[in-house]
Design a binder for this molecule. Structure first.
Ligand SMILES: *Cc1c(COP(=O)(O)O)cnc(C)c1O
Length: 447
């Protein structure tokens, strides 16, 4: 396979609107969707995709939109990168499935080898592949419980870990993820995290608060695992204060508690390194991965200490589709693209550009309470000027206004008041800059 230093785009990398948004074809599809697809599945934008490449999504009406969401941090290498597409085509032409639990294949083993090499720490590691982020989280908790013989699991305020029963229990926010869908899995304990903009605590103090609360409310001898996103995603792109994660990890290691880093959103070059844990040299016992892992193919993984994972009896882990051969081919292609284009470096440069622009904007616009992030995982938190009172209406209005101009922006946050930027890491400088212009103009027009 050819290795190119920069992506050769298939579609023109520009924002171009030929109809109002949503256009007539998208509107017709939305009407069909309403009578066929359950209302519980939301969509951030009412625009149907027809094609996508690099930093653009072309809709069914021929509009070319700037993608600053990557389908929620998935298409880091773009939505049709040749490394991924060629690998997938090649694999699909041979076999689409055998089930790794029936007749194994090399692609699965190669992905496991790559993950052992890429994830933090040089200890002996084992990997299991699944389909979704939630499934990876479920299995990380299964392994931690089996390996420690303990039950309790600590999760955090603002955490998001998925939509299955156990992961709903781990997730903090009620609406829309949990409301009226309980009862939830037991033995989950929620702790305050580190949210510098709102708690003002340094990292070590915030971690000591957690540790003391764990010791009082649970006890290390009951606690199987601590699970945390190194930068919280859906909860608001919350970057913990320095020292928070290492202090927790040290305590977990000293107390026989499995430290699980949920890097489903932060992983695979997004934050400027292969994993966000790398930033403070945190070495998780188990790391969960999905989203950016396979260039859009459904794949997830847990990689962790061999002495933990190998305790599980044969048959205790797996799933019919887990590590599907086409998804594995996609992952190997995506990892190759990340190396070929130096996407960790590219994420850092996207972060430098976007953060400096947004911080300059913050000086001008008092409704911006906080600008934060790392690499290409960047957030703007809106507040009532002069307070920390969340302003969700403004975040929503900015996203809606930007969409009118052809820029896909996602919101997030426990209070719904955060705009998050998750561009494909292969986005061109010009497109990124145009997207930021639109964001700025949208905000200025609303205040
Ligand atoms: C998206 C996400 C999940 C859930 O992944 P799915 O593939 O949607 O099940 C879990 N953890 C984090 C941190 C996520 O961002």
């Amino acid at each position: 396979m050819s290795v190119s230093p920069a992506p050769a785009y298939r579609l023109p990398q520009k924002r171009a609107l030929v109809t109002e948004l949503p256009g007539p074809k998208s509107q017709a599809l939305t009407a069909r969707r309403r009578s066929a697809v359950a209302a519980g599945v939301g969509s951030a934008v009412p625009v149907f995709a027809a094609d996508a490449d690099g930093g653009v999504i072309v809709d069914v009406d021929g509009n070319s939109l700037i993608d600053l969401g990557s389908g929620i941090a998935v298409t880091s290498v773009g939505a049709s990168d040749p490394h991924v597409v060629d690998a997938v085509r090649e694999q699909a032409g041979h076999f689409t499935h055998t089930c790794f639990m029936v007749t194994p294949y090399e692609g699965y083993v190669r992905v496991a080898e790559e993950l052992a090499a890429l994830t933090p720490g040089d200890h002996d590691k084992r990997t299991v592949l699944f389909n979704s982020g939630a499934e990876a989280v479920e299995n990380a908790v299964k392994v931690a419980r089996l390996a420690t013989g303990k039950n309790a699991v600590v999760a955090f305020d603002h955490a998001y870990h998925g939509r299955t029963n156990l992961t709903m229990a781990l997730t903090a926010k009620s609406l829309p993820y949990k409301k009226h869908m309980g009862p939830f899995a037991p033995e989950i304990y929620r702790m305050p995290g580190s949210y510098p903009f709102r708690d003002g605590l340094d990292g070590v103090t915030a971690a000591k608060r957690v540790i003391s609360q764990i010791e009082v409310q649970i006890g290390a001898d009951e606690l199987a695992a601590i699970i945390i996103e190194p930068i919280q995603g859906e909860g608001g792109f919350i970057v913990p204060a320095k020292g928070f994660l290492p202090t927790l990890v040290d305590w977990a290691k000293a107390n026989g508690v499995v430290f699980i880093a949920d890097e489903v959103q932060t992983g695979f070059a997004r934050t400027g390194q292969w994993f966000a844990s790398n930033d403070e040299e945190v070495v998780p016992d188990i790391i969960t991965m999905a989203k950016g892992i396979a260039g859009g193919l459904p794949l997830s993984a847990i990689t962790g200490r061999a002495d933990l994972l190998d305790q599980v009896h044969p048959g205790g882990l797996g799933g019919t589709y887990g590590g599907n051969p086409i998804a594995c081919a996609g992952a190997l292609g995506a990892i190759e693209a990340m190396r070929a284009y130096d996407l960790p470096g590219r994420a850092t440069s996207i972060g430098d550009t976007a953060l400096s622009r947004l911080r300059a904007l913050q000086h001008d616009v008092s409704a911006i309470g906080d600008v934060r992030g790392r690499g290409a995982m960047i957030a703007v938190e809106f507040v009532t000027p002069g307070t920390t009172e969340p302003d969700a209406a403004l975040a929503k209005a900015v996203a809606a206004k930007a969409l009118e101009e052809g820029v896909i922006l996602l919101t997030c946050g426990s209070y719904g008041n955060v705009i998050r930027l998750l561009p494909p890491l292969v986005i061109s400088d010009e497109l990124l800059s145009d997207g930021l212009d639109v964001l700025e103009a949208a905000l200025r027009s609303l205040i």
